[in-house]
Write a protein that binds this ligand. Structure first.
Ligand SMILES: Nc1nc2c(ncn2[C@@H]2O[C@H](COP(=O)(O)OP(=O)(O)OP(=O)(O)O)[C@@H](O)[C@H]2O)c(=O)[nH]1
Ligand SMILES: [Mg+2]
Length: 366
């Protein structure tokens, strides 16, 4: 292969060295008739992507999401253009967040619910926010998010979390991805996250309905799930309520129902519901969906649904302002030069952090 035909992909830094081993070879479009549609074109235009999304083309949707996830300058401008176009005629959906400890059965539950909904004519998009990917680049959710039966359905779209970036960055991209999925006609959007930290709050801030999945018999303490998380939930599903676990699940249901009387509901005017499910034996799934429908009906009637969405949009903007400012600050040349010097001085006790911040802001504003 001629070396000159290879080049660094867009997502690599411009000055990337040998540590970036990936090189891309430019594809060629064969002019001969039929072959053409099998040769991947390098990139679709904004118009092609937007009409592909509107035509419910999942491949194009996936490409649009990749564009959004890319951090290259070129892709950012394109991502913005796609989003602006799509927002002219946004889709409608119910957005559902699902959290719970690793292995609680979230993905299995989503698959089971998703398959039922598809039978009833819905289109389901499943996105994940994996807090581990932003810390260790590893993945807790990893391959287990495959949901094999669901992923074979034409009316389902499953997208794992971007594998890099801060939680904030991942969250921003997930919000944009929601918008794209809605425009592509997905009317049920489900976001799965593992209940191990900050990511539940992030997911709560972008969904209408929030479900906590627990398993029976894991002890009275809240299964490593922080107490606050229960207060974020609009419903709790005690999953794996099958076989020997069924009795324990019913006890857990009663316990949680009692405990919830002492907590503030997550959504005004709505009482947090507890139900038992078996994702594997597909019991309690329909009841769970009915809870979600009841929630949607009630909150739309009272206006809480729309009010929350408006607040979430403003909150999204605020968070983005924070992100953009932070990025611009740390990318600033003078800040970059001064930062290591000040860090040293702070460590040596020669300067106070407050003074260092003032100096940094001074060079940043220049
Ligand atoms: N008996 C029983 N097993 C279940 C049920 N739901 C899920 N499981 C099993 O529990 C294991 C974990 O299920 P997942 O759906 O991957 O759990 P998860 O919460 O998505 O896990 P993470 O994505 O790793 O956080 C799998 O072996 C499932 O087969 C259920 O209702 N009953
Ligand atoms: Mg999972």
């Amino acid at each position: 292969m001629n070396k000159q035909q290879r080049y660094n992909p867009d997502w690599q830094p411009k000055d990337a060295g040998e540590e970036f081993a990936v090189k891309v070879v430019k594809g060629e479009v064969y002019k001969s008739s039929n072959a053409q549609r099998y040769i991947p074109k390098n990139e679709e235009s904004v118009d092609e992507i937007v009409s592909g999304i509107r035509a419910k083309n999942r491949n194009i949707l996936a490409k649009a999401i990749t564009t959004i996830e890319s951090s290259s300058e070129k892709h950012r401008a394109k991502a913005r253009a796609i989003l602006e176009s799509v927002l002219n005629n946004p889709g409608e959906s119910i957005r559902i967040g699902i959290t719970g400890m690793p292995g609680a059965g979230k993905s299995t539950l989503i698959e089971s619910l998703g398959l039922k909904l598809i039978q009833n004519g819905h289109r389901i998009a499943v996105l994940t926010i994996d807090p581990s990917s932003s810390i260790s680049k590893g993945s807790i959710l990893g391959d287990k998010t495959r949901m094999e039966k669901l992923s074979r359905e034409e009316n389902a779209f499953i997208r794992p979390s971007p594998s890099s970036g801060t939680l904030g960055g991942v969250a921003r991209k997930t919000r944009e991805t929601i918008t794209l999925c809605e425009a592509a006609g997905f009317d049920v959007i489900i976001i799965e996250t593992v209940g191990v930290g900050q990511s539940e709050i992030t997911v709560r801030s972008m969904v209408d309905f929030f479900l906590l999945v627990l398993i029976p018999g894991a002890g009275d303490e809240l299964q490593g799930i922080k107490k606050g998380v229960v207060e974020l939930a609009d419903a709790i599903a005690i999953n794996k309520a099958d076989g020997e676990n069924e009795k324990k699940a019913n006890i857990a249901k009663a316990d949680y129902s009692n405990a919830l009387h002492y907590l503030m509901p997550a959504t005004k005017g709505w009482e947090t519901k507890v139900s038992t499910t078996s994702a594997i034996y597909e019991t309690g799934i329909e009841e769970l969906w009915n809870v979600i429908l009841e929630f949607e009906r009630l909150t739309k009637d009272t206006g809480v649904f729309y009010h929350r969405r408006k607040q979430q949009a403003v909150d999204w903007m605020n968070r983005m302002v924070e992100d953009v400012l932070k990025e611009s600050f740390f990318a600033n040349k003078s800040v970059k030069d001064l930062l290591p010097i000040l860090k040293n001085q702070i460590q040596e006790g020669k300067i106070l952090p407050t003074v260092a911040v003032e100096k940094l802001m001074e060079v940043y504003r220049k």
